[in-house]
Write a protein that binds this ligand. Sequence first.
Ligand SMILES: [Mg+2]
Length: 229
Amino acid sequence: MIRGVIFDIDNTLTDFMRTKRAAVDAAVEMMIDAGLEADKETMKEKIMDLYFAEGVEDQRIFDKILKKELGRIDMRILAAGIVGYRRAKHGTFALYPHVSPVLFELRKMGIKMIVLSDAPKLEVWLRIVGLGLHHHFEDIITSEDSGARKPDPRPFRAAMKVLGTTPAETLMVGDWPERDIVGAKKLGIKAAWAKYGDTFGTEPGKSGADYELDDIGQLPGIIRKENGC
Ligand SMILES: [Mg+2]
């Protein structure tokens, strides 16, 4: 009987990489307009590569890229990049299709929900509140709470403690097999892979999850089936 669902957020509820790419695109455009001499497409690629190397939550990525490219930080260009990034980020931050109705439906079914992320806690709250999702979730658990990142069992245990569920009563939904799915399965939590959010090129059938989702809209049906109703 599934009574609680743990959701990853980035690339599971929100189309995070699309937002990131749109924000980087706008940032580079603004930096070039402010005087940066660079080819737009090449610069965008360099920034995305740096994000993948340094972590997608790196807050000083433009400082780093300017230092690397110019050997110094030009404040006019840096500010232009940050402004372009922020504007585009706020305008493009979006949920995957059907996320909102699914969360309403699960709540109606009496399912308790929580967000489990390795991103900085305030950043996660800002995303959740910004998208108007904060009333759906009991809480948000990050590595700041449990002292460990997925797939370590600690953050999963912390999430279940808030939900008041056992592993058998919990379902994990996430896009990252090595973290979200492996972490859940270690504790005997059922897992659904958000295949629609895949950015790692995981092959269908190889996620290790109990369910693979082409669309998050499949989730209520899966839970009904699990619960025999
Ligand atoms: Mg994710």
